[in-house]
Design a protein. Structure first.
Length: 176
């Protein structure tokens, strides 16, 4: 088997390492990792061995960033419940986070709707039946934190530097 820069990049991404992380663990610069992956340089055998040792030795667990869904479908407190239900049905989703001024303030799940079915849903706004907010994890957290959270919550939001970037549900965890 011939080890190419493209193969090294594939291994690195599969393991969930950034170029910077791999460089630090292999004892080389991030710029050198980038050049190797782009096949701009012909690295020494010792450098390739250092990189492969890191990449093949300790398989790193995927991060929350690698499995999250981007483009979160959300609702606002003043949205009509029937509009949210329509969106959920149309998109085939079973929960929606609620944001107000960029803040994660609550959620609506299928169970929320079922529990409130006796009310006149067409007259209600989201704020009238809102549930607890979904927990938030950091995008660089290992996926190992997710099973415990998803045992108690329908979804987990993923943040990077305090900004919500994605969502993870139980079905996403099964794909790992």
């Amino acid at each position: 088997m011939i080890v190419t820069g493209h193969y090294m990049k594939h291994l690195r991404e599969e393991q969930g390492y950034s170029q910077q992380e791999l460089a630090k663990l292999a004892g080389i610069s991030q710029a050198h990792v980038a050049k190797i992956e782009l096949e701009k340089v012909d690295p020494r055998l010792s450098t390739v061995n250092s990189m492969l040792t890191v990449l093949l030795k300790g398989r790193k667990k995927p991060t929350c960033r690698t499995i999250m869904k981007r483009g979160i479908i959300s609702a606002k407190p003043e949205d009509k419940v029937l509009d949210v239900i329509t969106s959920m049905k149309k998109l085939g989703i079973s929960q929606v986070p609620i944001f107000s001024n960029g803040q994660n303030i609550g959620s609506i799940r299928e169970m929320t709707i079922i529990r409130n079915a006796h009310k006149r849903l067409k007259l209600l706004q989201v704020q009238d039946i809102i549930d607890e907010p979904f927990p938030v994890v950091n995008s660089s957290d290992s996926t190992e934190v997710l099973p415990g959270l998803l045992d108690y919550h329908a979804a987990v939001l993923v943040a990077d530097k305090g900004r919500i970037m994605g969502i993870i549900t139980k079905s996403d965890l099964i794909k790992i």
